[in-house]
Design a protein around this ligand. Structure first.
Ligand code: GAL
Length: 390
């Protein structure tokens, strides 16, 4: 059922976007403590993609340590986020209770630990009665939960949409925004309602990021269906409010190097939040390089905050571009076909003419000064990600 829902959202999203009033203007978040947060897309790690419900304070501490020792922290990753299953009940006052077996020291002690390493802690809840894994949701406890999180020192909250029958996401998430604004601590607000009721329309005045589709899985088909369907949403994103095509699967083993490069490059062009979803304690050198490539991360984190879009497509070949603060363009030449193919970027298509400098960002290599167009072979399911400048 869930798979069907995800596939449905991913398939119909482009149509929905196309049908929308294209003049709709994105608004910055309407005040509240979170308005100044996430000036660039949040970067961090989240437990769900790899560990699902198998979370504990031990795991979160080890992941925090690994974020530092692996170099992810130095590369800009900041949030350590516990997803579903940390909570088990409410006490007699209605206060949310963490699983005493898996989190015996409590969430506050964990937040202190994460802060002690110079990182930030995120938690997860649900706007409905129950979370997706049937733990207590925040419905009718919005303010109480926001205050609890603030008192624990939580820095980020992801709010899901399971068991929300009869509720309007625009109304419920606004309640949560207002609760966070009263909680007295800046907390990044991540809306996770899988694109239901076009969150890009009301998300900018509600949260710092909003999921645009159903769940990603660690397969090229899932990742590419989601990533390449984001075209048209770019007008709704900007500093403090971002489209979220879901968390990263890089390093989880279901895709090859070229496919994971497509995943990272596309997410960087989309100004997407970058929440690693793999086991940081046991990364291969290839995964580490993929997650920490500074030139690719700089595209994602570019200060101009303009989300990229598709400028050309022919069958399975697509070219996406993103304008950067230094007047250059990041360009991804993507090959979705089953064979390596040559692709050509015509500089006119990105507003350049004559000579331009081309640099390959994955390879950290200057290609040189090129006349009019750049032709390159792109591996199947892969990408060549370049920066083009005058
Ligand atoms: C889904 C959500 C996932 C994960 C999961 C937890 O609804 O999209 O990212 O949080 O619930 O149960």
């Amino acid at each position: 059922m869930k798979i069907f829902r995800c596939a449905l959202i991913a398939v119909f999203l482009p149509l929905v976007v196309f049908a929308m009033n294209s003049t709709a203007e994105a608004q910055p978040p309407a005040g509240g403590a979170s308005a100044q947060l996430a000036q660039t897309p949040p970067m961090g790690w989240n437990s769900w993609n790899k560990f699902a419900c198998d979370v504990s304070e031990q795991l979160i501490r080890e992941m925090t340590d690994a974020m530092v020792s692996s170099g992810l922290k130095a590369a800009g990753y900041q949030y350590v986020n516990i997803d579903d299953c940390w909570q088990v009940s409410r006490d007699t006052q209605g206060k949310i209770v963490a699983d005493p077996t898996r989190f015996p020291s409590g969430i506050k002690a964990l937040a202190d630990y994460v802060h002690g390493k110079g990182l930030k802690l995120g938690v997860y809840t649900d706007a409905g009665r129950l979370t997706c894994q049937k733990r207590p949701g925040s419905l009718d406890h919005e303010l109480q939960d926001a205050k609890t999180y603030a008192s624990w020192g939580v820095d980020y909250v992801k709010v899901d949409w399971c068991h929300s029958e009869g509720l309007d996401p625009e109304v419920q998430y606004a309640k949560f925004r207002d609760a966070l604004a009263q909680a007295g601590r800046p907390i990044v607000f991540s809306i996770c309602n899988w694109g239901v009721k076009a969150p890009w329309r009301w998300g900018p005045k509600t949260g710092n990021l909003w999921r645009t589709t159903g769940d990603i899985s660690d397969k090229y088909d899932s990742m590419s269906l989601i990533g390449f369907s984001q075209n048209g949403l770019e007008k709704f994103a900007g500093p403090g409010h971002w489209n979220d095509p879901d968390m990263l699967e890089v390093g989880n083993g279901g895709m090859n190097r070229d496919e994971y490069r497509t995943h990272m490059a596309l997410w960087a062009l989309l100004a997407a939040p970058l929440l690693a979803g793999n086991d940081l304690r046991s990364m291969t050198a290839e995964t580490k390089e993929m997650l920490t490539n500074g030139e690719v991360l700089a595209v994602d984190q570019d200060a101009k905050g303009v989300q990229g879009h598709r400028i050309w497509e022919e069958g399975p070949l697509e070219i996406w571009t993103r304008s950067l603060a230094d007047q250059s363009q990041a360009v991804g030449l993507f090959n979705r076909s089953e064979a390596d193919l040559k692709m050509t970027l015509d500089f006119k298509a990105i507003g350049f003419s004559g000579l331009a400098k081309v640099r390959d960002l994955w390879e950290h290599k200057d290609i040189g000064i090129v006349q009019d167009a750049y032709t390159v072979e792109v591996p199947k399911h892969g990408v060549v990600l370049v920066k083009v400048s005058k």
